[in-house]
Design a protein around this ligand. Structure first.
Ligand code: AHN
Ligand code: ZN
Length: 330
C-alpha cells in the first residue's frame, strides 16, 4: 500500500521543485494536459480515400460536362448530410478562351450563428486537358484529377463528417470551389490574366453571405499523393505567415515534420490567392510542391496519370489529422 504512494509523492516533489526553477512550467504543463484531453475525433483515411474514389468514378469533372453536373449534385448531397446550412452558388463565368462555363461553388456552414469562424476549402473540378502528359496525343484529354482536386475535397468531406459528430468551439465553413483548373493551356497563344480559380474569384466578389468573414482560411490542393511534401507556399507566407506557422507546427507535433517542410516554396496562384486579395481573409495553401519536376508539382500533375493510383492513405492521414487538430485547438 505504502509503495503505491511513493511515485505520487515523488512526482509531487518533482513538480514543486521544477516550478520554483521555472515559474512558467506549471502553466505550460496545464496547457499540454488540456490539448491531450480535448477529445479530437479520429480522422479516418479510408473514409477520405473512399470520398476521392467516388468523385473520380464520375469521370473527369470538367465544367459543362455531364460528369461535372452529376458529381456536383452528389457532392452537394454529401456536404448536406453533415453541414448545418448548405449554400449552392450557381453562375456563369468566362474562361480564358471565351468558353462560358456553368459553375457551382458548394458551401457547407457549421454553427452558422458562431461569429468565430474558420474557412476550409478545396477545388472540386478537374482539368480539361492533360497538357503535361508525356504522350502528346493526350494533351487535350481531360484528367481524373484524383490528387489535383478530389484529394482536398475527400479530406474535407471526412472532416465534415467528424465535426458534425462532435461540435468544435469554432464555426466552420467548407467551400468546394469550382473551375479552379480551367486555366490557360500551356500551348495556347491567348494571354489572359486570372485564368485560374474562376469559382474562387466569383465567391470572393460575391460571398454566400454579404458580410462574410473568417479568422483565417486553409486551402487543400493536391494533398493525397504518396511521398507528398508541403513547402511554405509564398503567397501564404505573404498574407498569412502566422497561419502557416500554426499549421506547420501542429503537423510537426503530430510527427509529420518530414512532410510539412520548413523550407520556402514558390508563389502559386490558386484559390487562396483571391480569397486573400479580394476578401482579405488570411488564407494559406497546403499544396504538394516538388523541386525535381519541370513544373514544380507532383510528377503526375496535369497528366492522365493523376488517377487513383497516386493516392496514398498515409498522406491523407497526415493532412487530415493536422487539420483536425488545428480545428479543435481553436
Ligand atoms: C498555376 O499554375 C498558375 N497555378 C496552379 C494552380 C493549380 C492548378 N492548382 C491545381 N491545379
Ligand atoms: Zn491543376
Amino acid at each position: 500500500m505504502i509503495r503505491n504512494h511513493i511515485p505520487y509523492l515523488l512526482m509531487f516533489l518533482m513538480l514543486s521543485c521544477s516550478s520554483t526553477v521555472d515559474p512558467d512550467r506549471n502553466r505550460r504543463e496545464t496547457e499540454a494536459e488540456q490539448a491531450k484531453t480535448v477529445s479530437i475525433p479520429v480522422f479516418n483515411p479510408d473514409s477520405a480515400y473512399f470520398f476521392i474514389e467516388q468523385q473520380v468514378a464520375f469521370g473527369p469533372r470538367v465544367p459543362n460536362s455531364e460528369a461535372h453536373r452529376q458529381a456536383g449534385l452528389w457532392l452537394a448531397g454529401q456536404l448536406d448530410r453533415f453541414a448545418d446550412t448548405l449554400y449552392i452558388q450557381q453562375t456563369r463565368v468566362r474562361a480564358y478562351d471565351g468558353t462560358v462555363l456553368n459553375i457551382k461553388n458548394i458551401i457547407g456552414a457549421f454553427q452558422p450563428e458562431n461569429r468565430r469562424r474558420i474557412l476550409l476549402c478545396a477545388h472540386w473540378d478537374s482539368r480539361p486537358y492533360a497538357d503535361y502528359d508525356p504522350d502528346p496525343e493526350k494533351h487535350y484529354t481531360p484528367i481524373d484529377g484524383a490528387n489535383d482536386g478530389a484529394s482536398g475535397v475527400g479530406v474535407l468531406l471526412e472532416v465534415a463528417r467528424l465535426i458534425s459528430k462532435r461540435v468544435p468551439n469554432t464555426g466552420i465553413d467548407i467551400i468546394f470551389f469550382d473551375a479552379e483548373d480551367y486555366g490557360r493551356h500551356r500551348f495556347s497563344d491567348l494571354q489572359e490574366e486570372d485564368s485560374w480559380a474562376l469559382g474562387a474569384q466569383y465567391w470572393a466578389r460575391n460571398p454566400h453571405r454579404s458580410d462574410y468573414d473568417a479568422r483565417f482560411g486553409i486551402l487543400l490542393d493536391m494533398v493525397g499523393a504518396s511521398g507528398a511534401t508541403f513547402r511554405r507556399e509564398s503567397y501564404s507566407m505573404l498574407y498569412a505567415p502566422n497561419v502557416v506557422r500554426k499549421v506547420w507546427d501542429t503537423a510537426r507535433q503530430l510527427g509529420y515534420g518530414h512532410m510539412f517542410l520548413n523550407t520556402d516554396g514558390s508563389f502559386i496562384v490558386d484559390d487562396h490567392y483571391y480569397v486573400n486579395r479580394i476578401r482579405n481573409i488570411p488564407t494559406i495553401n497546403i499544396i504538394h510542391q516538388d523541386d525535381s519536376t519541370p513544373h514544380g508539382f507532383f510528377p503526375e500533375w496535369h497528366t492522365t496519370g493523376d488517377n487513383m493510383d497516386v493516392i496514398d492513405h498515409y498522406t491523407l492521414k497526415a493532412v487530415g489529422e493536422t487539420i483536425m487538430r488545428v480545428i479543435y485547438k481553436e
